[in-house]
Structures are given as C-alpha cells and as structure tokens.
Design a protein around this ligand. Sequence first.
Ligand code: USQ
Length: 416
Amino acid sequence: MKVLITGIDGYSGWALALHLLARGHAVVGLDNFVTRKRVREVGSWSANPIPPFPRRQRAVREVLGQELGFHRGDTNDFDFVREVLKTERPDAIVHLAEQRSAPYSMIDVHHAVATQVENITGTLHLLYAMQEVVPESHLVKMGTMGEYGTPNLDIPEGFFEVEFRGRKDTVPFPRQAGSWYHWSKVFDSGDVMFASKIWGLRATDVMQGVIYGIRTPEITDDRLLTRFDFDETWGTALNRFIAQSILGLPITPYGKGEQRRGFIALEDSMQSLRIAVEHPPAAGEYRVLNQFDAAYSVNELAEITALVAREFGLSPTIAHPPDPRVEAEQHYYQPIHDRLIGLGYRRSRELEEVVREIFRDLRRFRRRLEAKRHVVQPVVQWRRVDSHEAIAQRGPAAPSDPPTERPPVAEDPRMA
Ligand code: USQ
C-alpha cells in the first residue's frame, strides 16, 4: 500500500514511517517542522538530537535501503494538501500533523486559538482534498482517549446504545475533554464522522492513549531515533518521569496521582496504526478504535519508574506538586479496547521492559537533558489564563545550547 503520513517528522510520524517501510509499504510524508519550532519556543529540545529531515531520509536509505518520499508544507494550506494528494494518490492517509500538546494549548489565548484553528483547519482541508482527489482512500485520523474524559461509566469505542424516555438509539459517546487541545480532537471527530456520512469516505478515528517509549524494532541505528520530549509542555507522563529520575529531580505525579489513563508503548502504537491501515473500513464507514494497552494511575507509573531507576543505581524521589491541570485526581476508568485485538493486535512489550530500555537510551543523552533541566517541572496552569510570565521566569537556558538541528552530539562517555 502507499501511505501518506502527515506530520512525518514527529514522535509518532517518524516511528510509523520506519515501521511501515519495514513491512513493505511505500511511504511518503509531509511536515512543516512546526513541532521543532514550538519545542524551541518553550526553551526545550528532544533528549536525543534530531537531524534535519534530508539527513533522516538519507539514514533511511543507508540503514533500511528504502526511499522515503517527502513534501515540505502545511496542512493549513489547502492548495498544498490537494497537490500532494494529486501527486501521490495514497491508498491511506495517516493524519498526525496536529498540535499535540495539552499544556501548550493552555499557555494563553494565542496558543489555544492556534491549536484549535490549525488542528481543525488541517483536518477539514484533508477531508475536502480527499473527497475531490482520492475518495477511495482511507483516512486514519489521530484522535485521543482524552476526548472521552473520565466519566463514571465504562467507555465504549466511539458509540453506545442509550435508552431515554422509552426510546433506544446508538449515539456517539459523550465527549468531555480536558484541554483546548483535547477539545480540538473532539471537533475533528465530529468533522470526520460527518464527512464520512455525506461523501462516503472511509475513516478510522484512533482514540490514542498516552504513548511511552523511545524505540521500535526498526530503530537499529541512532540516526533513526525518533524524537523524545521530556519538558513539561511536550513530554508525556512516563517519558517525563524517567527523565526526571535521571536528572535527580523529583518524579511528579500531579496532585493525588490517582489520575488513570490508557497507556501504550511506541512500538505497539505503531503496530496498531499499521493494523488500522491494513484493514480499512467500508466506504462511508466511520470507525472508532480505542488504542491503548492498559490503564495505569500516574502514581503506579511513578512507582515503576522509581523501582527501575534504583536498578540503574539512581536515588529517585517522588513529589506530589499541586495538579496544574483541572482534572479528576481520583476517578473510575474502564475504557473498552476490543476492536484492535479483533483485528489481530497483540501487545508486544511489557511496561517495565520498555522503561528499562528508555533508561538505557536516555542516560546516553544525559548532557542534553541536563541542559534543559529548568524546563522539566510544571509551570503552565490550567486555571491561569496567561502562563507566559511563569514560563519566562523559569530561568535561562544553558548558554551553550546548540540548535536542535545540529549534528548528533557524541554519546556521553560517562553513560557508556
Ligand atoms: N501527569 C502527571 N505528571 C506529569 C505529567 C503528567 O501527573 O509530570 C498527568 C496529567 O495530569 C494527566 C496524565 O498524567 O492526568 C497524562 O498527561 P500527559 O501529559 O502524559 O498526557 P496528555 O496531556 O493527556 O496528552 C498526551 C499527548 C497527547 C495525547 C494524549 C493521549 O501529549 O497528544 O492525545 O496523551 S490521552 O492522555 O489518552 O488523551
């Protein structure tokens, strides 16, 4: 199959490109590199250096012996999106090119508006371009488990049957997102569902849980590593906890720490996306997949991180800063995730094993973590309408910070 990945330069996009190439699919990507820019905006960088895209393509050629097509541009430019579809005519489009950080969307009004306008516009452009150019293609749209929030009910895969005043219907399960970012995904879901209905497009809406990890089996060379964020804005819970323990900073389950979320290893998230691509729904079908392996509380993740950190000779501590978010810190959480298993998905990695792998890799990049230790602990507050000042007060970056695109630094000899 020929697969177009929008957002191919990102954490999931890059790992997915390698995964699909290794399984015989043709892959072409597009990206405008805005994540690199926005991570720099909050004073951070990826733990491992990320080479410029042409060097990433060259590494794919040299290590995997494969060609990776690429178009530089923005999904917010409709003509660009349409031209890419006309040139490539993909069988499937995996749409990952969205602002993906909840804290980033909560910084102030401008970040909230940019997140929602860009995310919703990019999706609408793709939908319009698809119906015009490749109506038979399959859209695999990256959504989020966070669309559902944390209701006091089991969470189905997209739809459920309700009885109200004696009548029954199958309707979309209520969405109760927890950030402007998560709401942008809710609006996207409505748009994708509607486009499938009016134009007969086939679409899979992936309710993605929190991803953790740094490697997939295809990443056999440092030049192929995907990015790994650990700052308060771009890093996700477990990845951040490991970086915190390496830096000797307290691990930070927020508030009571009983927030539960569905988690999935990077490798298994890629497996799930591939399965979705290889099993398209019928024309006109809008399919929802809940994509995660197991639910953990952030306290449980902090404990596991601390346990593994001790194996590496570290002395981790766990703190409970007040929750900067507005979210239930203790709640029921029982989402269903059967459909992917029905399509052949099997979990391949156990949590502790992946945590060990992340520790091994991240210790090699300790100097880059150290250079950004001042952006790790949380300052963006959901209740505060403008967190700019708090971000500015975090202190200056290390004076010798090279830009993210510099060639990879040598491995830290202390960590060999
Ligand atoms: N959390 C902590 N301590 C931290 C960081 C996070 O306790 O240092 C907590 C948060 O308060 C939250 C949970 O961990 O309750 C998850 O937070 P997160 O930052 O790992 O993930 P989130 O903001 O929900 O967003 C991430 C990705 C997003 C994706 C989403 C899937 O950034 O792109 O859509 O995970 S889900 O969470 O299932 O909605």
